[in-house]
Ligand binder design. Sequence first.
Ligand code: ADP
Ligand code: MG
Length: 241
Amino acid sequence: MTELLSFDDVSKSYGDEQVLDGVSFAMEQSDVEVIIGPSGSGKSTMLRCVNRLTDIDDGAIYLDGHSIHDIGVNDLRRRVGMVFQDFNLFAHRTARGNITLGLRKVRGFSKEDAVAAADEHLERVGLADQAASYPAELSGGQKQRVGIARALAMDPELLLFDEPTSALDPELIGDVLSVMGDLADEGMTMLCVTHEMSFARSVADTITFLDDGRIAERGPPEQLFEAPETDRARDFLGEID
Ligand code: ADP
Ligand code: MG
């Protein structure tokens, strides 16, 4: 069984600051992995390295057995979807238009096929009735569900989520987490940075605790949450509970 995603001793610095320091881990298909850790510990950088929004200095990252540097960057970003904290929607395009853009440009769909596929994905995230709405007309939770539908429309092998609910009002978080839970149930492979510990507990197969650019601890949720082995993880979990 090949690993879908693996990091082999990955390091990354910005100037003098080492942000990732010898990070190694692997995920198999359909795994859901949640990364937790203090602000500035390198969580976003870890995700951004996977689809080459930033490049690593040392080590290697493999997608389905191939170094990401041997995969064309456009192909890589088609295969690895990303959902951002601040949605990154195009303001001047409707919900449907945000999704058809990539389908037409990246996947070469005809206009009719792109519209049909976009509407199907909007339905999947509970937004069938908002296809013609512009981002400014949507709530934060709806915007994020458009972001997820847009990522799904590329038919990715792996989805990256960088604090997808952190910008949302509390009452809107549940809808987004429930879509993410459904995706996990359907077998989507997901690497998620989130502070939503109830989601992490109930959905993740594995939790990685990142501290100062290193994996300080990694294991199933029950181990990380009930019996953390490091003081750093214990302190961190004590602060956010
Ligand atoms: P986290 O997501 O865990 O909060 P980040 O990966 O965003 O952490 O950042 C880790 C460290 O790298 C921080 O100290 C941050 O200031 C620094 N950093 C992140 N992106 C850049 C960048 N583009 N240029 C310089 N420093 C950066
Ligand atoms: Mg971050």
